[in-house]
Write a protein that binds this ligand. Structure first.
Ligand code: ADP
Ligand code: ZN
Length: 527
């Protein structure tokens, strides 16, 4: 596609209608198109189906010249080339799935200015030969699809994506758009660093699933609690998934549900492939069926009328959680997500991270992610707002979560927060939760004594309440942004700017008791 002279360039709404046949942009699309058309560098995080390809295809047409689209998936490249061609837009793909002649013809059309879209795998693009050939052509837009592959914190790191970080120097005049459906804020930051040297914008749109009611409950009363809960959710024949951490948990839960008259079948990777297949098909085709499963179940299951997802155990992190509950209510009708959460889960999840063979840095990131989820579990503000902000999307209180339904009874925890803030300052913000809790509980451990922390005013100041309660306060303060977890400092808790303001006075900190109090607090006398 040769350059269109400025002034005669068609308008974005015109192209939207004439090429794509749509009358309006979806939320977020227009901003992304505008920024890219203006030559910007951006990361767009939008769930599958939100309309990412339209953003860069339209921007590519508006920018003129050549648009390079980097994608790791041959099938996806072929689909997009076919779709563009069907819309009357010339597009090419060069990849190992095509013979030499087909690839050579495609290149000739690109080099001759007859075609403006070139789809390439990262390996193909970053060969010296390809880069120097492309450097002679008017490359105006570079699109990096599945951009989470560039980050080790994403779920699908591909080393060949790292070399894409040099593109901004090879093609300084090109706009760069990175697109992905999955990246939490940690991953987003990493992608921005790797691809843009930190010099890019991030757009996050479309994560909200407003029809899913969110609910977190503390584990209490053993297996009977779960059976009762699922019984309520499944009443009237509603179908759902109950996620358990272990295979044993999956089997036992299915048995208990059946014993209680709730039709349930298990699914986990320890079952033979044939049985798994049968159970999956039963879940898809039979009414009135509850699937108890490990996370092995759900990938690629597109059943629109799943009415509930229960987490019988704490999920791994917020991203996993949101993906798992996202299997409910795809039809847009009301659906429910209930997570059960107990202290034992926290220990188990931590042990899973610690015993894994990931490097220290990765473990620290996983710890941080787990802590975000714990903060979510103890939220005193709208749960959906928390989730969406985790993915980088701003929103209002949702009116469709347990916290919005009945806000927890919070108390003025300013004094507790002051104790924590003073303790952090006095210990140079160098200690992790366990040591800080020892101080609050007045546990004269060897580490405490050698650091002289038994002489701090905070030593034993938390005693009127128990250790788990303080642990919850620390997590709540973390969740509310008063504290941060130092990833470089082995999980040390630090005060944020907001946290420092507690010491300056004038800040009111709300806390909630997530566990029954074992003693009446008498903070005034100990503070
Ligand atoms: P993604 O790449 O984000 O998974 P796609 O680009 O494949 O999503 O788009 C998903 C579907 O939404 C496609 O069928 C596409 O044609 C449609 N779509 C995209 N943008 C719009 C729009 N502005 N109006 C209506 N439909 C749209
Ligand atoms: Zn809410």
């Amino acid at each position: 596609m040769p350059d269109t002279a400025a002034g005669t360039r068609p308008d974005k709404h015109e192209i939207l209608a004439s090429v794509f046949g749509f009358s309006a942009f979806r939320r977020g699309q227009e901003d992304i198109v505008d920024r890219l058309t203006a030559g910007g560098k951006l990361l767009a995080v939008m769930p599958t189906g939100a309309g990412k390809s339209l953003c860069y295809q339209l921007a590519g047409m508006l920018r003129g010249g050549i648009t390079i689209v980097v994608s790791p998936l041959i099938a996806l490249m072929n689909d997009q080339v076919a779709a563009l061609t069907a819309n009357g837009v010339a597009a090419e793909a060069i990849h190992s799935g095509r013979d030499w002649q087909t690839n050579a013809d495609a290149w000739r059309r690109i080099a001759g200015g007859h075609s403006g879209f070139l789809y390439l795998s990262p390996e193909r693009l970053t060969t010296d030969r390809m880069l120097s050939a492309l450097a002679k052509l008017p490359v105006r837009l570079i699109v990096i699809d599945e951009a989470h592959c560039v980050s080790q914190w994403g779920h699908d790191f591909r080393p060949e994506y790292l070399t894409l970080g040099t593109l901004r120097e090879t093609f300084p005049q090109a706009a760069i758009g990175a697109f992905t459906a999955t990246a939490d804020t940690v991953t987003q930051g990493d992608i921005g660093d790797k691809l843009f040297g930190g010099d890019g914008e991030t757009f996050t749109f479309g994560f909200d699933r407003p029809n899913i009611h969110l609910d977190v409950r503390e584990k209490a009363g053993g297996p009977a609690q779960l059976v009762k809960l699922v019984g309520e959710l499944a009443a009237g024949g509603a179908q759902g998934i109950v996620y358990c951490l272990s295979r044993k948990g999956v089997e036992e839960t299915a048995e208990r549900l059946n014993a209680a008259g709730i039709k349930a079948i298990p699914y986990h990777a320890g079952m033979d492939a044939h049985t798994r297949h049968i159970h999956q098909n039963r879940f898809l085709s039979e009414p009135d069926l509850v699937m108890t499963a490990t996370i092995a179940f759900g990938m690629g299951i597109d059943k629109p009328d799943v009415r509930f997802v229960v987490h019988a155990d704490l999920p791994a992190n917020m991203e996993a959680y949101y993906q798992e509950i996202g299997r409910a209510g795809r039809d847009g009708n009301p659906a429910r997500a209930v997570m059960l959460y107990g202290l034992g889960d926290i220990g188990r999840r931590r042990a899973m991270i610690d015993s894994g063979n990931a490097g220290d840095e990765r473990k620290r990131v996983e710890w941080q992610r787990l802590n975000v989820l714990l903060g979510y579990a103890e939220a005193v503000t709208c749960r959906r707002q928390m989730i969406l902000s985790y993915f980088g999307e701003a929103s209002e209180p949702c009116g469709n979560c347990d916290v919005c339904d009945s806000p927890p009874s919070v108390f003025d925890g300013t004094q507790e927060a002051e104790i924590v803030a003073e303790m952090l300052i006095a210990t140079d913000e160098r200690y992790g939760q366990a040591h800080l809790l020892d101080i609050l509980m007045g546990a004269a451990t060897a580490k405490i004594k050698s650091a002289g922390h038994h002489e701090l005013p905070a030593f034993g100041a938390g005693r009127p309440r128990d250790r788990h309660q303080w642990q919850s306060y620390l997590r709540q303060m973390l969740a509310a942004g008063y504290l941060s977890l130092d990833l470089e400092g082995y999980g040390a808790l630090k005060l944020t700017k907001r946290g420092r303001a507690i010491l300056a006075g004038g800040v009111e900190v709300s806390l909630k008791d997530s566990l029954p109090r074992r003693a009446t607090p008498k903070m005034k006398s100990t503070a």
